[in-house]
Design a protein around this ligand. Sequence first.
Ligand code: BES
Ligand code: ZN
Ligand code: ZN
Length: 462
Amino acid sequence: MSLNFAAPSMDATPVYLTDAQSLKDVLQALPEPVQTWADAQQFKGAFGTSLLCPDAQGKPELALLGLGDERARRRQRFCLAAAAASLPSGIYKLENDFPFQNKHYEVLGWLLLGYSFDKYKSSKGKNIKLVAPDWVDVTRIEAMASAEALTRDLVNIPASDMGPDALADRAAQLSAEFGATFEVIVGEDLLQRDFPMIHAVGRASATAPRLIDIRHGTSGPKVVLVGKGVCFDTGGLNLKPGGSMGLMKKDMGGAANVLGLAKMIMALKLPVQLRVLIPAVENSVSSASFRPQDILTSRKGLSVEINNTDAEGRLVLADALSYADEEDPDLIISMATLTGAARVALGPDLAPFYASSDDIAAPLIKAGEASLDPVWRMPFWDPYETMIESQIADLDNAPSGGFAGSITAALFLRRFVSKPERFIHFDIYSWNPAAKPARSKGGIGQGLRAILTALPDILELK
Ligand code: BES
Ligand code: ZN
Ligand code: ZN
């Protein structure tokens, strides 16, 4: 599997981009047999279609790609990838322009066609390669594709091979690749170093809980990415029913996303002091499990009444957020598959995020639209603060009533940072339930390109 551009080659098949509107004009500029062939094949330039046109010897001379009409393009992202996916394996090069909303990210979509989760499969898929058009920033687009592939792999690999230990190994590998410093605090050391909630959530598993800590860069604003790394979420003693547990290998999606984001930031040398914190745990059932009605004292000192052991993500994140906060960073971003409520609210396509400042939210939304990575702002709704307060402790981890579950989880996290105006939180799903153009079924990055593109704006980088 390679998500790179093909080297320029004499053998590359020329590709002409068309849609319902432009088809006639595009064909007019091509040799007459191509027009005859396109007519005979009833090629209309519909969304997700392609037509290979043979020369007199029957060899492919060129390909037409159909990009559909505006309505179809509104309903699906990555129209270029959608059409290219229907081509046979081979090397292709773009011959004409098309008024894409953003051509760089359309080309990224083509590269992402190269992703498939085939680690456990003996047969591999197609290989449809593109020669980089001369207008493309190859380094940037390839870095985005490779980061997205990392995120997808981390989520897709099952918990049997992606427990807290394996996740830490992957993080160490990534650090080594970019000369970042890597530290991990494991098991009982978490208690010694004062991460009681990370330890409590993860202590029932045969694989010890741990806190991953990566640092990269020595100058520029301090940015900390905090990712939920629950490698499997059984729900704990408040065991999830089978149907709800089925997908819970993906509960480290936040970790997978922040590692993908970190990979892009490091590869593209963004001038920031980057730190990545990942509490990596398995929420398991054993006699060592934390229990409903336990009261935990967090690193920050706030006590938390456990009303549901399935609301574990906010607990491990809380300790990691306090730790991040102690160095007074310029920006903290948390990413987590935190609540079922977020999935219900926005579904798998749109990434819900929380930011109190318009100066942060606006660039994120704009960058998300431009980079085909849509994000949607949710409110830190202060009047719901009372819902996360307990009668017998400072906080309650699982408000009863079930109202506004994603908002109350975000409010809970916000209690652990001292500058809420410099805090962004993403409550993502990180899973694509059905294959779409450039978006394979399974683990998927959400908000990565939006954040990467908005960061210079948010941090006022020169
Ligand atoms: N990992 C889940 C959230 C989740 C569920 C994300 C399904 C995506 C899809 C999380 O740990 C959880 O179970 N949260 C509970 C919280 C509740 C008990 C307050 C939830 O959302 O139901
Ligand atoms: Zn849970
Ligand atoms: Zn969870």
